[in-house]
Design a protein around this ligand. Structure first.
Ligand SMILES: *[C@@H]1O[C@H](CO)[C@@H](O)[C@H](O)[C@H]1NC(C)=O
Ligand SMILES: *[C@@H]1O[C@H](CO)[C@@H](O)[C@H](O)[C@H]1NC(C)=O
Ligand SMILES: *[C@@H]1O[C@H](CO)[C@@H](O)[C@H](O)[C@H]1NC(C)=O
Ligand SMILES: *[C@@H]1O[C@H](CO)[C@@H](O)[C@H](O)[C@H]1NC(C)=O
Ligand SMILES: *[C@@H]1O[C@H](CO)[C@@H](O)[C@H](O)[C@H]1NC(C)=O
Ligand SMILES: *[C@@H]1O[C@H](CO)[C@@H](O)[C@H](O)[C@H]1NC(C)=O
Ligand SMILES: *[C@@H]1O[C@H](CO)[C@@H](O)[C@H](O)[C@H]1NC(C)=O
Length: 414
């Protein structure tokens, strides 16, 4: 299930617009970019991959967001032909679609959701004074993306092997979190979901709701749409995090349309091999087949069938409103002055059109140009992971990639 990228595409539009803004032009120097190919030789941290214990977390999350007002759309769409038509219209003319269906108006939407997650800590050797890692999954997954139960792939196990705790939660509509039954455009959209993430981070810092204590130091790690949200946090509420790791992310939209079309999104409850979504209200969409997932997300050249199957069995849905409003939460992180690490599969489809090392001008590659969003970041570093597509967690290289992430986190005192 790998719609994540869609996210990317619309994100790119928003980011380019933001980069062209006078505020951004006023920045005369960018922070230096440290760039490398992932080459971690570590297989796991000193405490081993079984050093982990997870507990369930249930949060009550009240939100009030300023949602985009869509016009001339069917808010509670309920058939595949309507969904198809919207996706074709959007894919073949994003600007036209946006002009036709998205207004400048905002509407306050208030709601309270149950958000489910897992708080996973080392059984032994918990690192003192380290940050709690809060993990935000992308489109098509739930929190288990971060605890992918295949071979040595799990990010959460790698974190615990170095003494780190992770809180990974299910985004709205996914896994065991609340799933609105109405408002496929008006309610379930990016500004609303970003408000949920802000409140989750606030509770993690200021209450004992996550793991029984307050956490004054947080490193946020995102994947795909989760990275888009994480980047938006660093732009809008930088005080909520001390460090940021973006995986499966860029500001380039060339791969968006191929990614979007490869997904063949349809009404989730009608997809025969997704029993876990059988009862989903019709506003929730999923990819039509595991082949679609493979094109979008689990690069067929490198991903083992068992891993693709596991990803399919935990596939999660998305709405049209989310996909079409991603650009609304994007823009440069003007004041964020803390560490940023970006790591992508070198062959990421949605964010790199299958080559993150493609030069894009200014002496930079696609992945290096993410630096444009972070004029003041500390130790801005990017890495590409060879033989890897968009969904890093399902690839044999995930252990190497996640060891890179953890070595950055440790080296930066997070
Ligand atoms: C990884 O690459 C960096 C920079 O390219 C280099 O300094 C480092 O020694 C390499 N590490 C390994 C384990 O090869
Ligand atoms: C699908 O939904 C659209 C929008 O509500 C409606 O106009 C159309 O008639 C529906 N088509 C089918 C086949 O049900
Ligand atoms: C987009 O809109 C313009 C002007 O309204 C029109 O000329 C063009 O054909 C449209 N493009 C598509 C792909 O619909
Ligand atoms: C929505 O929530 C905000 C903030 O809590 C509150 O000020 C506002 O009155 C609420 N609006 C509605 C319509 O309930
Ligand atoms: C942990 O942080 C506290 C307060 O910031 C500091 O007093 C203490 O020395 C730190 N401990 C270690 C092991 O770094
Ligand atoms: C995006 O990447 C493509 C290569 O995939 C490149 O041709 C294009 O110039 C890039 N766009 C921007 C805005 O950098
Ligand atoms: C930047 O991060 C690298 C790890 O990628 C680390 O080796 C280095 O010490 C960091 N630099 C600073 C100034 O913290």
């Amino acid at each position: 299930m790998q719609l994540l990228s869609i996210v990317a595409a619309s994100f790119s539009l928003g980011a380019s617009a933001a980069l062209a803004s006078p505020a951004f032009a006023a920045v005369d120097s960018l922070s230096p970019v440290i760039s490398r190919r992932a080459n971690s030789s570590s297989q796991a941290g000193p405490y081993g991959l079984n050093n982990v214990h997870c507990q369930d977390v249930h949060l009550k999350v009240p939100v009030s967001s300023q949602n985009i007002v869509f016009k001339d759309v069917v808010d509670n769409y309920d058939n595949a032909s309507y969904v198809n038509q919207q996706i074709l219209d959007y894919s073949t003319g994003m600007t036209n679609y946006t002009e036709k269906h998205m207004t400048q108006q905002k509407k306050t939407v208030n709601a309270t959701y149950d958000i489910f997650g897992q708080y996973c800590t080392p059984k032994e050797h918990a690192k003192k004074n380290s940050s709690l890692i809060v993990a935000v999954h992308g489109v098509g997954f739930d929190h288990t993306y971060w605890n992918f139960n295949y071979k040595d792939y799990s990010f959460i196990r790698h974190a615990a092997s170095h003494g780190y705790s992770v809180f990974a939660f299910d985004r709205l509509g996914c896994g065991k979190s609340s799933k609105p039954s109405k408002g496929g455009f008006s309610v379930v959209q990016s500004p609303h979901e970003l408000a949920i993430l802000k409140e989750v981070l606030r509770q993690t810092r200021q209450t004992n709701n996550v793991g029984g204590s307050k956490h004054s130091k947080i490193t946020l790690i995102g994947h795909s749409y989760g990275s888009v949200q994480g980047q938006a946090i660093s732009a809008q509420s930088p005080d909520l995090i001390e460090g940021l790791v973006l995986t499966g992310f860029s500001t380039n939209s060339t791969g968006t349309v191929p990614f979007f079309l490869a997904g063949t999104l349809t009404i989730a409850n009608e997809v025969p091999d997704l029993p876990q979504l059988k009862k989903d209200p019709s506003i929730w969409l999923a990819t039509a087949s595991s082949q679609a997932d493979s094109s979008q997300f689990n690069d067929p050249l490198y991903v083992e069938q068992g891993a693709n199957k596991l990803a399919r069995s935990s596939a999660q849905p998305v709405t049209l409103g989310t996909l079409f409003s991603i650009s609304a939460i994007s823009g440069p992180s003007m004041t964020y002055n803390k560490p940023v690490f970006v790591i992508n599969g070198e062959e990421d489809l949605p964010f790199c059109n299958r080559n993150c090392d493609t030069p894009v001008g200014g002496g930079m590659t696609i992945i290096q140009s993410v630096s444009m969003l972070f004029p003041q970041a500390k130790n801005f570093t990017v890495a590409t992971l060879p033989n890897t597509g968009h969904g890093i967690s399902a690839h044999p290289t995930s252990a190497q990639g996640y060891e890179e992430v953890l070595s950055y986190i440790m080296a930066n005192g997070l």
